[in-house]
Design a protein around this ligand. Structure first.
Ligand code: COA
Length: 238
């Protein structure tokens, strides 16, 4: 398996490949797809691709990005975004943490161009009220977990594997890469997972601290919208 795929840093020019992977995998999640009024997958990929160069190159102190590629073809099949806790993000110069997953500093011109692009109009949402209703329990849970813990987290902000490449260990590879940093710097890690994601995260040491299940059938939602709030303790390696 490890000979087939590699984990590599992301560059702004990877925007198309990452957008295809991100949008195609989330498109398969009914609750995610339901947030959009009428957008099709192609429209979402274009929108995401336009925003990604700025996403990849902004907040460089804290954000870390990695892609998984198929060695034989170079195709991007997975993407993970992590946020360093403040204590690690503030390190500069030779002390920068996990530098290999930090995107290069953009030129002034590129930064300006990508920031302008980033505000591209989003595809129309189905209902702001429905999204606020769905998000409420999650926001409260996140606040409880963040405020109740003095130790800052390494946050897994995005994890996505293209549907054609799932169940082949790609996400596990990306997880291992980030958790190596969590263990090296003895940081707790935090993620909000879907039910599918939760299984993956449990296998690499996360434990569910809270589950928020929201019935939003009054807005047309089918089945509960379930989010697992998960924390992983760092492993001390001898
Ligand atoms: C969740 C996701 C990232 C998993 O990626 P992946 O590359 O297929 O994961 P792996 O192959 O490394 O899977 C490792 C283990 O996680 C669990 N797992 C992965 N996907 C699962 C799924 N859809 N349902 C149940 N368990 C799953 C399994 O235990 C799996 O091991 P196994 O295949 O030997 O049974 C991918 O399905 C995805 O991108 N989904 C859509 C977006 C999403 O839900 N992201 C996570 C949000 S927090």
């Amino acid at each position: 398996m490890s000979n087939r795929f590699s984990v590599q840093p992301c560059l702004p020019e990877d925007a198309h490949g990452i957008a295809v992977t991100m949008m195609s995998s989330w498109w398969e999640n009914w609750h995610w797809r339901y947030r959009w009024a009428d957008a099709d997958l192609e429209t979402l990929i274009k929108w995401c691709e336009t925003k990604l160069p700025w996403n990849l190159s902004s907040n460089r102190p804290a954000k870390r990005h990695q892609k998984a590629i198929v060695n034989e073809t170079g195709e991007i099949v997975g993407y993970a975004r992590w946020l360093l806790p403040a204590s690690l993000a503030e390190r500069t110069g030779d002390q920068v943490v996990w530098k290999e997953a930090q995107t290069p500093k953009p030129s002034v011109e590129d930064a300006r161009k990508w920031e302008d692009q980033w505000v591209v109009e989003a595809p129309k949402l189905r209902s702001d009220e429905m999204l606020a209703y769905r998000a409420q329990g999650c926001e409260e849970a996140e606040q409880r977990i963040m405020e109740g813990d003095q130790i800052p987290f390494l946050v897994l902000d995005w994890m996505t594997v293209h549907p054609s490449w799932q169940r082949q260990g790609v996400a596990t590879m990306l997880m291992k890469s980030g958790l190596e940093i969590a263990d090296r710097y003895q940081q707790k890690a935090f993620v909000i997972g879907t039910s599918e994601g939760a299984k993956l995260y449990e296998r690499v040491g996360f434990k569910t601290v809270e589950i928020i299940s929201t019935d939003y059938s009054e807005f047309g939602g089918i089945g509960p919208y379930v989010n697992h709030f998960m924390v992983r303790e760092p492993v001390l390696k001898g």
